[in-house]
Design a binder for this molecule. Structure first.
Ligand code: WT7
Length: 650
């Protein structure tokens, strides 16, 4: 078996060894051999209103139910219990605006805001079990809205505020939400994004929304519909209300978060109250070992699962102080991140390999301008980290004395699955490996047919057993839940990633095994881009794939065939880019769009995306015996060649 790029490049153990308390193996063994005792102790990380009757009900696989009949409330665990038990005056969030303004919210302040907005939701007719959409930028109203929904038992679905109107409309339609919480606009990289306008457009394509709550963030002029739209500041006037938390069943839904797959529209992963909450709090403690007086900065956007679990729920459950940053890490200058770390003496930083590679490109002089000595632990998430970026992060940001916690997980898993367990005794690190599974997680590496592969062999990663943080189902589509995740290997959870377990038992995650894209650590579907392209009036056919990129991991490349009556007038590519930006959002805009006359197809007329990709990337296209029109292959080669000559891009 050939070694992967990362495996060839292992740092000597002594250089990176950070001795911990040395109990990882013992804790891990306990978690798999003594599951029920383990989780009944571990669940004490939260306050429960009523204790569960049973740790796990696995009588109806793959619909696993944790902490059966237990009752609790996520907002109670995030705010009330800290206010009651000595953390009333501790900062929950230090919020930093893009323009540098700062707001510090204590646990008491957050508690009051959450109660206040919970009151507003009730007044506006939202009830337990109702679905609401949150479409907000990185402002404090975002966690407040999430926790207020959780408090009254409403199920929220947060839509990343970088998504376009079409993506938002799909999520409204699938969730049948009755309310949207948004802002007039958002500040992003010195510009204003007109969020309310996007919401108005999206709502036109839907029929379930009766109320829109609008936060005034930028002060830009917007349309307010008198019947339907209200201002956040008008509905949250009373500042001393108390709303009794709705005591939720452990397996009642907490939120729905949409994520891309290989087919169809994005699917709504449903997370529950009990198992999910125990999982996120436990995994943050095991992997990062945060201390009471630390400042934790998860630099993701709240709209992705990383933000849900590790800006909102886990750090608040643990009563930590988080940095929450509204802006972009390169604005107004490439030292923004380092400047914030110095100013606020951040202790734990959690970001993505793309962010590291982006900042690395600007050179060491930017981090060197700042005192980063407060940092103790560095984390990454979202995509494989290449050893060069790992080492840069380790040396120039961590000054070779902060471990790198490379966390591997997914929207569906709720929290970390494979990550270095700093809080349980850290093993020697290898740059590019997430090391070992979290307690309770039992990975296997399988071949196509489901046979377990020996060490050092690349295969599909799957999980043998359910874990508390796993999603409950897909919204409105339990059949798809079974089919996508549990059909390939009956009885096992299939992740869609390639991995290797090396001879020391370390796991190396090697990226997606399917046609899902990973751009800057975000999972995007080729199918969504193809749909947006073919719904443009000029486009007949399209094939979209990911091309390796040294900063973003992957960038999107599209090949399109125009309808007969249209031709490439030099403007069409710009039009298509604009269309995708408005429909899906800026991160979906392809780096390259090539117009060709035909695409490789099978005899039955199916576009062979795999062949398009292989030819365009100058790789062997594999089996092309079913290819009907071999001339299309030459055309792709030619388009790529013309593109390289014109742009100077190899
Ligand atoms: C996919 C999940 C987990 C929150 C952010 C992304 C890839 C994630 C790693 C990592 C290698 C990783 C996988 C996974 N991925 N973390 N540390 N090393 N790959 O969540 O959008 O659900 O995407 O991201 O391919 O399946 P997501």
């Amino acid at each position: 078996m050939e070694k992967t790029e990362s495996q060839k490049d292992v740092l000597p153990t002594s250089e990176v060894f950070h001795p911990g308390i040395g109990s990882y193996q013992q804790v891990y063994r306990e978690s798999v051999e003594n599951r029920d005792d383990f989780w009944s102790k571990q669940a004490g990380i939260l306050d429960w209103h009523k204790r569960w009757d049973k740790i796990l009900d696995d009588s109806n696989p793959p619909f696993y139910r944790w902490f059966v009949n237990g009752k609790l409330n996520a907002s109670y665990n995030a705010v009330d219990r800290h206010v009651l038990h000595g953390k009333r005056n501790k900062a929950a969030y230090i919020w930093i605006a893009e323009n540098g303004d700062e707001k510090i919210v204590t646990y008491d302040g957050l508690y009051r805001r959450v109660n206040n907005f919970a009151r507003a939701l009730l007044d506006l007719g939202v009830k337990k079990g109702d679905k609401i959409i949150i479409y907000l930028p990185m402002i404090l109203e975002a966690p407040v809205a999430m926790l207020a929904a959780a408090r009254i038992g409403a199920v929220f679905s947060f839509v990343f505020a970088g998504f376009g109107a079409g993506a938002l409309a799909d999520r409204i339609n699938d969730s049948k939400a009755k309310m949207i919480i948004t802002a007039d606009g958002a500040f992003r990289g010195g510009k204003i994004v007109e969020l309310k306008k996007i919401v108005d457009e999206a709502v036109e394509m839907t029929s379930s929304i009766s109320t829109i709550v609008v936060v005034k963030r930028t002060g830009i002029d917007i349309q307010m519909d008198e019947e339907r739209d209200v201002w956040w500041h008008d509905v949250t006037k009373d500042s001393s209300v108390y709303i009794e938390p709705e005591w939720m069943d452990s397996n009642d839904p907490l939120y729905i978060l949409y994520t891309s797959g290989t087919t169809g529209k994005p699917k709504g992963a449903v997370h529950g109250n009990g198992g999910y909450s125990v999982w996120v709090a436990s995994t943050l403690r095991w992997a990062f070992d945060p201390k009471e007086d630390d400042r934790w900065w998860c630099a993701a956007d709240i709209g992705w699962v990383t933000g849900h679990s590790y800006i909102v729920f886990a750090p608040l459950f643990l009563g930590l102080t988080s940095i929450m940053f509204e802006g972009a890490i390169t604005y107004p200058a490439p030292d923004r991140m380092w400047e914030i770390i110095e100013r606020y003496r951040v202790n734990l930083l959690y970001t993505s390999p793309t962010a590291i590679r982006t900042l690395m490109r600007f050179g060491e002089k930017y981090p060197a301008m700042h005192d980063l000595s407060s940092l103790r632990v560095l984390g990454t998430v979202g995509e494989p980290i290449n050893p060069a970026a790992w080492k840069w992060y380790y040396e120039h940001i961590g000054h070779s004395n902060s471990p790198i916690i490379d966390t591997y997980w997914q929207t569906e898993t709720g929290g970390f699955m494979i990550a270095p367990p700093l809080g349980l005794g850290l093993p020697p690190l290898k740059p590019g490996s997430g090391t070992f599974p979290m307690p309770g997680v039992e990975p296997v590496i399988l071949d196509e047919k489901g046979h377990e592969l020996p060490e050092e062999q690349k295969g599909y990663i799957a999980y043998k057993k359910p874990w508390p943080g796993m999603f409950l189902t897909l919204n409105n589509d339990p059949e798809r839940y079974k089919k996508v995740y549990f059909e390939k290997y009956p009885g096992l959870y299939f992740c869609g990633d390639y991995a290797i377990k090396d001879k020391d038992g370390y796991y190396w995650l090697l990226g997606r095994s399917d046609e899902v894209l990973n751009v800057s650590g975000h999972r995007l579907g080729t199918i969504e881009v193809e749909d947006a392209l073919i719904s443009s009036k000029e486009v007949a056919e399209s094939a979209v794939f990911g091309k390796p990129d040294s900063v973003k991991g992957e960038v999107i490349v599209a090949f399109v065939v125009l309808k007969e009556q249209y031709q490439d007038d030099g403007e069409i590519v710009q039009k298509l880019r604009k269309r995708i930006r408005e429909d899906l959002g800026p991160i979906y805009v392809p780096e390259e769009i090539h117009i060709v006359k035909t695409l490789p197809k099978t005899r039955s007329g199916k576009i062979m995306r795999r062949v398009v990709k292989a030819v365009a990337l100058n790789q062997l296209p594999g089996d092309i015996s079913t290819l009907e029109n071999s001339a299309s292959v030459d055309e792709i080669k030619e388009a790529i060649q013309v593109f390289s000559t014109e742009t100077g891009n190899p």
